[in-house]
Write a protein that binds this ligand. Structure first.
Ligand code: PMV
Length: 325
């Protein structure tokens, strides 16, 4: 049977990706750093079937239609091209975390899809080739292929923009406490968001200074220096959101509760010496990054805020992998 099942985790970026030099190839304007969220995953089974007249896609038990179906089918076109295969596939995908929680499911979805779809055709791609393929579906999916602490290089061409591990998951026991303040779907998704980035007068400055922040963050992780990490993670996050807020149209992802959490986290660190910092993706929910020792205190503090609906706890995880169907 031409079938395979893959598991992949979403990831949280400590140095952010925002804006492309090539929107179709999703070549990023700047390098980024992330770790996979071990406890969360997308599980995807791909079966290439000779009697299908079109790709058939089930996401969380529902048949995908419209844009989400087209995005998956378009990604399968890349696989068909690489494999020189003409048939269609049945894709069944499910997440063990709910959609609309500020945890990007496109990263784990396209990482799992890339691995399952190629393995089902008996293609044996290297980790680098898989990262490049996953990037075409969603930029951040390139970072969900390798495990541990991951760097995604800008690259000048399709073949040299990929992500790779620079430290294994057990290198540093960090925790991501995702404070959910809204379950609404984001107003502007990241694909149109990346295209808007270039309209901000601040994007050129963000891109020009990104390598320095990338280097500082990588060094802080290698040294397990939390203070240095906190300083660069929050700065990079503020720089990205400044670009979002100053483009045309302006993208304002924060809610009042987002700011409440940001000030609580800074207070915990600056006034109480707790090892915690925050980073926020294209939505209002806040990823509170802390050490394992600090996690209990941070979670208890977040629990006291009335606007926090739910808290997910995740730790650095491994690479995308094939599992029994
Ligand atoms: O991979 P995309 O297109 O969903 O973009 C992800 C963008 C951010 O989550 C805001 C930042 C990042 O680096 O993950």
């Amino acid at each position: 049977m031409n079938t395979a099942t893959a598991l992949a985790s979403p990831n949280i970026a400590l140095i952010k990706y925002w804006g492309n030099t090539d929107n179709l190839l999703r070549l990023p304007a700047s390098p980024s750093i992330s770790f996979n969220l071990a406890e969360l995953h997308t599980r995807t089974t791909v079966t290439w079937e000779s009697d299908l007249a079109a790709d058939y896609i089930l996401i969380n038990g529902q048949e995908a239609t419209g844009d989400s179906r087209d995005r998956v089918a378009h990604h399968l076109d890349h696989v068909r091209k690489i494999a020189r295969h003409a048939g269609f596939a049945r894709v069944e995908s499910s997440n063990n975390f709910p959609a609309g929680t500020g945890i990007a499911s496109s990263a784990s979805a396209f990482a799992a899809l890339s691995l399952a779809a190629t393995a089902a055709l008996k293609l044996q791609l290297t980790e680098r080739e898989l990262s490049i393929l996953a990037r075409l579906g969603s930029g951040s999916a390139s970072r969900s292929i390798p495990g541990g602490f991951v760097a995604w290089y800008t690259g000048a061409h399709h073949q040299d923009s990929y992500a790779e591990t620079f430290a294994p998951p057990e290198h540093w026991a960090l925790v991501d406490l995702v404070a959910v303040v809204s379950r609404e779907h984001k107003k502007t998704g990241s694909t149109p968001g990346h295209a808007i980035a270039v309209t901000s007068p601040l994007q050129a400055a963000r891109v020009a200074t990104a390598q320095e922040r990338f280097d500082r963050c990588k060094q802080a992780i290698l040294n397990r220096d939390f203070r240095a990490l906190a300083s660069v993670v929050e700065q990079d996050n503020h720089v990205m959101h400044s670009v979002m807020m100053t483009g045309t149209p302006a993208l304002l992802y924060w809610e009042p509760e987002t700011l409440h959490i940001m000030s609580l986290i800074r207070e915990l660190r600056q006034d109480n010496g707790i090892d915690v910092c925050y980073t926020i993706d294209a939505g209002p929910n806040v990823h509170c990054i802390c050490t394992a020792e600090a996690a209990g205190t941070v979670e208890a503090a977040l629990d006291t805020l009335p606007g926090v609906l739910e808290i997910f706890r995740a730790t650095p995880g491994g690479p995308a992998q094939l599992v029994a169907s």
